[in-house]
Design a protein around this ligand. Structure first.
Ligand SMILES: Nc1ncnc2c1ncn2[C@@H]1O[C@H](COP(=O)(O)OP(=O)(O)OP(=O)(O)O)[C@@H](O)[C@H]1O
Length: 275
């Protein structure tokens, strides 16, 4: 893959989401009432994601990856900068755009144990987004649940049980199925394998990789582990103290890194998936 200019999509199509000169400052507790202090969690980031590509965001703890992810999925309003959704300004979106944004952009969090309601059956968890978005009716929704379970490699019998009755890897598959329920254009996966047992990490990564190809999904894959990021990503953005310090194809980042921090991450990288 050829070298990418920062923030440019692989395909050349209008990105689903584009961030321009994005800043997110969190207020900290250390500042007083009259002299507030802020941490610049995201500090001038340009980024884009299109259908069909996987962009990995890598950097050590505290560099701003999750804050960036929160903006991408609409959970965090930036301090300044632009968020474009299919080329249109999206920060102050109206109700129709909010609904379409919610359908188009989905998220998978690190820990499926906290991300899934423990009192609901897996069937109800997967029905939930369909009901909220008013998609289909009773029979077609149930058919969709069965389709989603098959898509993520879960047995149909999983529908009847609660998340605590399946394994950690299977729980993350449920979270992925829920994230696919509305047919998103983009899935943001924030450390999706970090909370899982080492033995199932590769399976979940392979699933994400297969789904991306099968559904032509755009995926933002966030991890502190550059080897894990390489495993699934076409393009990699390296984050350091709130900024993207290097971005390029996975090959370029691994074979010819130009930034000292990228080199340090590569030098410190453990073997693939810590296996
Ligand atoms: N709600 C918040 N209020 C105050 N500071 C915050 C808040 N959220 C994040 N931060 C700070 O912003 C910086 C970036 O945090 P963020 O969670 O985005 O980084 P990260 O790379 O995802 O790290 P980790 O992998 O540990 O979650 C950190 O210094 C963090 O302490």
């Amino acid at each position: 893959m050829s070298k990418q200019a920062a923030g440019k999509p692989v395909s050349g199509a209008t990105p689903v989401i584009e961030l321009k000169d994005l800043h997110v400052h969190h207020r900290t507790r250390s500042g007083g009432l009259f002299k507030p202090s802020y941490v610049k969690a995201v500090n001038g980031v340009n980024f884009s994601i299109s259908r069909g590509e996987t962009v990995g965001i890598v950097g050590e703890s505290g560099c701003g990856k999750s804050t960036l992810a929160s903006v991408l999925v609409g959970l965090q309003t930036p301090t300044s900068g632009e968020v474009l959704f299919h080329g249109k300004p999206a920060i102050k979106r109206n109700a129709a755009m909010r609904k379409e944004f919610g359908r188009s952009v989905s998220v998978v969090f690190q820990d499926p144990s906290t991300a899934l309601n423990p009192r609901m059956t897996i069937q109800d968890i997967l029905l939930d987004p369909l009901v909220i978005h008013g998609i289909g009716n009773g029979a077609s929704r149930l058919a969709k649940v069965h389709e989603l379970l098959a898509l993520v490699g879960l047995p149909q019998s999983a529908a009847e049980v609660t998340p605590s009755q399946v394994s950690g890897g299977q729980r993350q598959r449920v979270a992925i199925a829920r994230a696919l329920a509305l047919g998103p254009d983009i899935m943001v996966a924030d450390e999706p394998t970090s909370a899982l047992d080492v033995s199932v990490r590769a399976q979940v990564l392979n699933l994400l990789s297969d789904l991306k190809k099968e559904l032509n999904l755009g995926m933002v894959f966030i991890s502190h582990d550059i080897q894990t990021v390489r495993y699934v990503s076409d393009r990699i953005a390296v984050m350091y103290y709130g900024q993207i310090v290097e971005e390029g194809s996975a090959e370029q980042i691994f074979d010819n890194p130009s930034n000292d921090y990228t080199k340090k991450l590569l030098g410190a990288a453990p073997s693939l998936l810590h296996l």
